[in-house]
Write a protein that binds this ligand. Structure first.
Ligand code: FAD
Ligand code: NAD
Length: 480
């Protein structure tokens, strides 16, 4: 006889596990099916984010930042070390420990909230029916009043650089190198390319990033993007824009290497690397997720089609996270998981898709939310802006962390903050203040009239708000 639940969730990444926990908190009898498993066949929860995404990448970013600071900046503070070296095995072991702690933490949360974890590959068979194939091939069928699909995403592959998991790797392989490659190539100057490129560059790799687009970080206003490019280039990343990779071949000589062929404005070129990371985007995991007879609507990009409340075309079937439209970000998936759970429990919860914060965890961090000045202009909305540089912040100077600036975009007619972009130390947390402000429809004047602690990096945000109307204190103002 099949097991019966109120809700069955397929996938335990941030979208799926958060949906499952929230459903259970609201009194729904909930199961979560996960195919990722340990050697002992126990399900491993947390999805891409906890296992091979957000968390391990940040663990390596934090380690490599400390090493970089030790080598490049500690002497400015009068701190010298006779010797410094990176122990890659120890760094990886710390990263794996952090990952293990968090994935086990989700298992603990499932237990604490009475979510039934089920190990296996889940398939939507039809309304209220989920098939599960275990590691041993055993099949079972679960019945549920509601099904939430949260199978996430996987790296996109490109024919000119096929992954061999030795010399050519995707983001997962790039979190597992056993030594620092001397020459590291990266295809794609997006979020993963910049974060993982930074990790290995700080540890000593000579990093070359090949990016197809002419524009660097198209989501930012052009002056902010130019500034980010300048800062990252100064740190040692060789970012080549407008390059089209046409092929790659492996040289299995004494020291194996990968030779990449690419075209740029000057013609055809070659570059030789010890490792190559392919980071050209991710695609939804929707193939084989549903039996064809179920009739689940999936678009040409493989995204499950949903409305603004994450309802699919099938009654009582929802889809959340990277599997559906919108940015592929953990927090966006988590909010969708909460929304679906709460709506199943009769609440009117919504997700504000206008305000999804984005952060690239380089140093300095690059963070943005809301609309850019360019987007406001294109939409025909008159706007004013206010900017302030970290170089003029006492706290940034004290910390020797003066790169970057804050830019606020404000609707002229209402003074409401419409967008914020920050390049700078702690940008992720500073941006969050502006996300809260925008969520509450705050005006630039509201922020300008708020008292900020001194000395704190957040004063840069305060000064940017003052600058909107030409009142910044620690800056020569153009407006009066
Ligand atoms: P996933 O996390 O992909 O989880 C899906 C789960 O479903 C997986 O565990 C999978 O095994 C399981 N599954 C799939 N199919 C089945 C099936 N048929 N049956 C059972 N189980 C199944 N985002 C951020 O917001 N911040 C970051 O700093 C960040 N850093 C990242 C760094 C890297 C290197 C990468 C690769 C991604 C990063 N992301 C980051 C993106 C983030 O990881 C994803 O947006 C997020 O994990 C998506 O969550 P999800 O639950 O939709 O899917
Ligand atoms: P991305 O979309 O951020 O960047 C991919 C880059 O590769 C783009 O700049 C694109 O123009 C370029 N590109 C595509 N095809 C190319 C080709 N053939 N040759 C050269 N360049 C090419 O994708 P990503 O960096 O792979 O990250 C995937 C997803 O994971 C993103 O959607 C991101 O939101 C998420 N992620 C988020 C974080 C974070 O929030 N900090 C970190 C890592 C990943």
């Amino acid at each position: 006889m099949s097991q019966q639940f109120d809700v069955v969730v397929i996938g335990s990444g941030p979208a799926g596990y958060v949906a499952a926990i929230r459903c259970a908190q609201l009194g729904l009898d909930t199961a979560c099916v996960e195919r990722w498993r340990s050697e002992s066949n126990e399900p491993v929860y947390g999805g891409t984010c906890l296992n091979v995404g957000c968390i391990p990448s940040k663990a390596l970013l934090d380690t490599s930042h400390k090493f970089y600071e030790l080598r490049r900046h500690f002497a400015d503070h009068g701190i010298t070390a006779k010797q410094s070296a990176i122990d890659v095995a120890a760094m990886m072991s710390r990263k794996n420990k952090v990952v293990g702690q968090l994935t086990k933490g989700v298992a603990g949360l499932f237990k604490g909230n009475k979510v039934t974890g089920i190990s296996g590959v889940g398939t939507l068979l039809g309304r209220g029916r989920v098939g599960v194939t275990g590691a041993d091939g055993a099949q079972q069928e679960l019945r549920a009043s509601h099904v939430i699909l949260a199978s996430g995403s996987e790296p996109v592959a490109i024919p000119p650089a096929p992954i061999d998991n030795e010399l050519i790797v995707d983001s997962t392989g790039a979190l597992e190198f056993d030594s620092v490659p001397q020459r590291l190539g990266v295809i794609g100057a997006g979020v993963i390319g910049l974060e993982l490129g930074s990790v290995w560059s700080r540890l000593g790799s000579q990093v070359t990033i090949l990016e197809a687009l002419e524009d660097f970080l198209p989501a930012l206003d052009r002056p902010m993007a130019r500034d980010a490019l300048k800062i990252l280039t100064r740190q040692g990343l060789d970012i080549r824009l407008g390059t089209k990779v046409s092929g790659s071949r492996i040289d299995k000589g004494k020291n194996s290497s990968v030779i990449v062929t690419y075209e740029d404005a000057e013609g055809s070129k070659e570059a030789v690397f010890d490792k190559l990371i392919v980071a050209v985007g991710r695609r939804p995991v929707s193939q084989d997720l549903a039996d064809s007879a179920a009739g689940l609507a999936i678009d040409g990009k493989g995204l499950v089609e949903v409305d603004e409340f994450c309802a699919t075309n099938l009654p009582d079937v929802y889809a959340v996270g990277d599997l559906v439209r919108g940015p592929m970000l953990a927090h966006k998936g988590m909010e969708e998981g909460v929304m679906v759970a709460e709506r199943l429990a009769g609440k009117k919860t919504q997700v504000n898709y206008e305000l999804v914060p984005s952060v690239i965890y380089t140093h300095p961090e690059i963070a943005w939310a809301g609309r850019t000045e360019d987007e406001m202009k294109q939409a025909g909305v008159e706007c004013i802006t206010g900017s302030f540089a970290f170089a003029a912040s006492g706290r940034a100077l004290a910390a020797h962390d003066t790169d970057g600036s804050v830019k606020l975009v404000v609707e002229k007619a209402t003074d409401r903050i419409a967008g914020c972009q920050i390049i700078g130390a702690g940008a992720a947390d500073l941006l969050q203040q502006m996300v809260i402000a925008m969520e509450f429809s705050a005006s630039a004047e509201d922020i300008a009239l708020t008292m900020f602690s001194h000395p704190a990096l957040s004063e840069v945000v305060h000064e940017a708000a003052l600058a909107v109307h030409g009142h910044a204190i620690h800056k020569a103002n153009r407006k009066r």
